[in-house]
Design a protein around this ligand. Structure first.
Ligand SMILES: Nc1nc2c(c(=O)[nH]1)N[C@H]1C(S)=C(S)[C@@H](COP(=O)(O)OP(=O)(O)OC[C@H]3O[C@@H](n4cnc5c(N)ncnc54)[C@H](O)[C@@H]3O)O[C@H]1N2
Ligand code: MOO
Length: 397
């Protein structure tokens, strides 16, 4: 059986970005830039007042008792269009254009005004309260590199640089479908043997977080024709993710139908626990990653395989960064598969990082997974783990 690394190498071989598109700045959060973004203007575009007050020419020993004549007003968006000279002042507001000739703004708290006369009431030791043009960035400056994943600060940064849109990699379109006669929608009256169809909800949420565009194509019955129909639909997508029917049961038809449709199988099993039946192939131009039906198996294999694949399809190269923390409880010796244990990472009462594996690691369980924020990685045949021993873990959620 392939190791996780061997399977990842096959899966990621040849995977790369899918194309580019223009994205309005308001929608860039989570998108990956496909080219560097440069400022289209200098910000601020002019010398701007940082305070409400009076723009003046600063003089040595300027301070209490100095009188100046107010010759006009400069509000934000409405500049005063003449230069000012010694002894003159222009009423100015925060964000207003500082008139030519002025190099200082006396804040209004330091001034008494009487008609068009102001008298300064406090020492003004040096020129202040003016933001030079371009203090934030200049036209042409690099705002964000190619490959950056935009976060909540980028929309305002790009907008402030006068950019209505930027160019990002197209999001991979993912078709996912469930299959199984026993699966019913949430809220159904379940008969004996039926369970709720739940995997695609969290899988879709994770794929969205990884930058993909998930489309749920529904739940196919355990019937080759139904599965063929949904796989055919999936061919129009970048990635097809069948959920369940991956194993060896008589009614696990997905892989057989995939082959009958001309699919090329690239691997069928991985030495990983949970998730051994995860499989991968090509159907036309669509990549296919088949996930096992057990919920924890589906979600762990999605983290291990679909996350990195979407990352590559978005032009990114990063791989997992494992961290280390000491165990709070013991672990049984590991079997022959690389294992990923649902676990909670936290700081203990002494403020030290610790990690606690969930008590039950059965691959059908969702509740302990939902209460976890990490996966502990155990190598094949790892010896018993003892409390205090450092283990590798992958932060999730
Ligand atoms: N003889 C063997 N039996 C099994 C093997 C094996 O190697 N030999 N592998 C086991 C492993 S490991 C796993 S994992 C499971 C996975 O099997 P399948 O991918 O074929 O999954 P199903 O049989 O379709 O379903 C398994 C389980 O999960 C439930 N399920 C399926 N889809 C959903 C869904 N969308 N939402 C919620 N729950 C779902 C399904 O009802 C079953 O209970 O096979 C072992 N067997
Ligand atoms: O690998 Mo299965 O996912 O062990 O239950």
């Amino acid at each position: 059986m392939l190791s996780v690394d061997e399977a990842l190498n096959i899966l990621l071989d040849g995977a790369g970005p899918l194309g580019e598109e223009e994205v309005p700045v308001g929608d860039v959060v989570g998108r990956v830039l496909s080219s560097p973004v440069h400022a289209r203007l200098t910000q601020p575009p002019f010398r701007a007042s940082a305070m409400d007050g009076y723009a003046v020419q600063h003089t040595e020993n300027m301070g209490a008792g100095n009188q100046l004549e107010v010759i006009g007003e400069a509000a934000a968006g409405a500049p005063f269009d003449r230069p000012i000279g010694p002894g003159e002042a222009v009423r100015i507001f925060t964000g207003g254009v500082v008139p030519e000739g002025a190099d200082h703004v006396v804040i209004q708290e330091d001034v008494e005004r009487s008609g068009d006369q102001i008298t300064i009431t406090a020492s003004q030791p040096k020129p202040a309260n003016i933001r030079p043009a371009g203090i934030d960035f200049h036209e042409g400056d690099l705002l964000a590199e190619k490959g950056v994943v935009c976060h909540a600060l980028h929309p305002s940064l790009f907008a402030a640089a006068n950019l209505p849109a930027v160019i990002a990699y197209r999001r991979p379109r993912v078709a996912l479908f469930a299959n199984g006669d026993e699966l019913k929608a949430p809220g159904s009256n379940l008969r004996n043997g039926e369970i709720v169809n739940s995997n695609h909800y969290s899988l879709s949420a994770m794929m969205k977080n990884w930058g993909g565009e998930p489309h749920y194509l529904g739940c196919a019955a355990d019937d080759p024709e139904a599965i063929a129909a949904v796989l055919e639909k999936g061919k129009a997508f970048d990635l097809i993710v069948p959920i369940g029917g991956a194993s060896v049961g008589d009614r696990d038809f997905v892989k057989q139908v995939f082959r009958d449709l001309g699919g090329e199988m690239l691997f069928e099993k991985v030495a990983v626990k949970p998730g051994k039946p995860v499989w991968h192939g090509m159907l036309g131009s669509a990549r296919v990653v088949g996930l096992p039906g057990n919920p924890a198996s589906a979600l762990v294999t999605a983290i291990l395989f679909i996350g990195p694949l979407l990352n590559r399809m978005l032009g990114r190269q990063e791989s997992f960064v494992f961290r280390q923390a000491p165990l709070t409880s013991s672990l049984k010796p590991n079997g022959p598969r690389e294992s990923y244990l649902r676990a909670e990472f936290k700081l203990n009462e002494a403020g030290q990082p610790v990690i606690t594996p969930a008590g039950n690691q059965d691959s059908s369980l969702l509740l302990p997974f939902a209460n976890s924020n990490a996966l502990i990685r155990r190598q094949p045949h790892a010896a018993e783990g003892i409390p205090g021993e450092y283990v590798d873990y992958l932060p999730i959620f």
